[in-house]
Design a protein around this ligand. Structure first.
Ligand code: NAG
Ligand code: NAG
Ligand code: NAG
Ligand code: ZN
Length: 433
């Protein structure tokens, strides 16, 4: 080998090394080292009380369900316990003979595995936008600008308002501008900050729509006949916070003057049986309903936008994680909606279509009976405001990774969900009797 060839080989080697060397030693300042995710399921009243007591006493971060008040006999309860409380907490479990299973033994390791891939991926950005990676808010917003610029025949981008911390609330309007008025579908992702698969799906949806417009007659028909309003990150402040400070942040980031806790649950802040059953009045709770309906600027902006277009918008789709469910109204009460049959059969077809991709099973039904009663949700609000098809998806998985769904599962999750969304959309193009 000549000297110059050696130099070339060496610099290649160094480039390779620099890819593998970690940029920073620990994400989130190693905040989650030794934290665990455990699963419990109380078998009787005594265990329900003991478990609720544990949650309050140790101030745990509940992954599932989202509030202690939802825990009843047989509920599957996924609890994030911190390294500091773990010893006392596990002793408590032993003392009360509550059975538990460790789902994730070290959350920090899993977080670093999940975003470790990320730093590699960033260096490959020249190859184009990577839809099989999670993206920060800044990256998603740059992507939106880029899509708006490069697909002006199908996409336009605008802001519907500002978040609590002053960030623009961007929406992409997607569809062929054949005529100014067409019926429309609203899609939002990331109402809850830590559910990262949501925004990943919204981006996938937009990409898939523009990429297959010319090749897929079904997609062409959909985009010719409908507009989509896609809001990839609803809770922008919370999402940003989940990237920079607390990976498991759920709420918005508004300040409460009387308490030290931040934020409200953007899915309990809507003006539909606001702060009734299944929502908390306490600002420190994860399901805090806010000071008043639409107190959160993000909710107010979206509600104003939807109110103005409620005649045009025929379907409302909201993306959450995790549980593998397709939910429809009501959330706030046990009762069948007037157009139950249409909504239910569209949901059934959608989950069959979803399952056809990889065999992944979804449960479906009214949120109140499938999940729990919750008031002030966006889905109920959309339905009560005249949008006949209102759904909330709880995407993958069922707790193996929970909110830390690896990047390698973004593609299959989005591919199958895409089938469900296309199927629902086709359904609403038909009249429902
Ligand atoms: C955990 O305990 C250590 C020392 O015992 C303390 O420095 C740290 O602040 C605690 N962390 C939390 C999140 O409470
Ligand atoms: C989207 O692109 C159009 C031009 O194609 C431009 O006028 C508009 O300002 C862009 N939207 C945003 C939010 O930048
Ligand atoms: C929707 O799903 C149903 C049931 O899986 C299927 O029969 C139908 O062909 C699907 N329609 C579209 C447009 O994907
Ligand atoms: Zn959610």
């Amino acid at each position: 080998m000549t000297r110059s060839k050696w130099t070339a080989a060496l610099s290649l080697c160094l480039a390779f090394l620099s890819i593998w060397l970690p940029v920073q030693s620990h994400l989130y300042n190693n905040l989650y080292a030794g934290d665990k995710l455990i699963r419990l399921s109380p078998k009787n009243d005594y265990e329900v009380i003991a478990l609720k007591h544990m949650c309050q006493q140790f101030k745990v971060d509940l992954w599932q369900p989202s509030s202690v008040s939802y825990i009843t006999e047989g509920t599957i309860v996924d609890v994030h316990i911190t390294r500091n409380s773990s010893q006392a907490l596990l002793a408590y479990l032993q003392h009360t003979s509550l059975q538990y299973k460790v789902l994730i033994s070290n959350l920090q390791n899993l977080i670093e595995k999940q975003i470790g891939v990320q730093s590699l991926r960033n260096r490959r950005a020249v190859l184009g936008y990577n839809y099989e990676a999670y993206h920060s808010l800044e990256e998603i917003q740059s992507w939106m600008y880029y899509m708006n610029k490069t697909h002006s025949d199908l996409i336009s981008m605008f802001s519907i308002g500002k978040s609590y911390e002053g960030r623009p609330l961007y929406v992409l309007k997607l569809g062929k501008r054949i005529r100014p008025y067409k019926r429309a579908v609203w899609i939002d992702c990331g109402i809850h900050a830590r559910e990262w698969i949501g925004p990943a799906f919204c981006q996938w949806f937009v990409k898939e729509a523009v990429d297959t417009y010319h090749s897929d007659p079904g997609m062409r028909r959909i985009l010719n006949r409908l507009y989509f309003y896609v809001m990839p990150v609803f809770n922008v402040d919370g999402y940003h916070f989940s990237w920079t400070k607390d990976r498991f942040w759920r709420k918005t980031r508004s300040k409460n003057s009387r308490f030290h806790c931040y934020g409200a649950d953007a899915n309990r802040n809507w003006k539909v049986n606001w702060c009734d059953e299944g929502a908390s009045l306490h600002p420190c709770d994860d399901t805090y309903c806010g000071l008043y309906p639409e107190s959160e600027p993000e909710v107010k902006a979206a509600a104003n936008f939807l109110r103005k277009r409620k005649k045009q918008i025929k379907a409302y789709l909201s993306f959450h994680a995790y549980a593998q469910l397709l939910l429809y109204p009501y959330s706030y009460k046990y009762a069948a909606i007037p157009n139950f049959e249409c909504v239910e059969s569209a949901a059934y077809n959608a989950i069959v279509a979803l399952q056809s991709a990889y065999g992944v099973r979804y449960n479906y039904g009214p949120a109140s009976s499938i999940l729990y009663v919750s008031s002030g949700s966006s889905m109920d609000w959309a339905y009560k405001n005249g949008i006949p098809y209102a759904y909330a998806f709880e995407l993958r998985d069922t707790g193996h990774f929970g909110f830390l769904l690896p990047e390698s599962l973004i593609k299959p999750t989005c591919v199958e969900t895409m089938l469900a969304v296309k199927n629902i959309t086709m359904h609403i193009l038909k009249k429902c009797h």
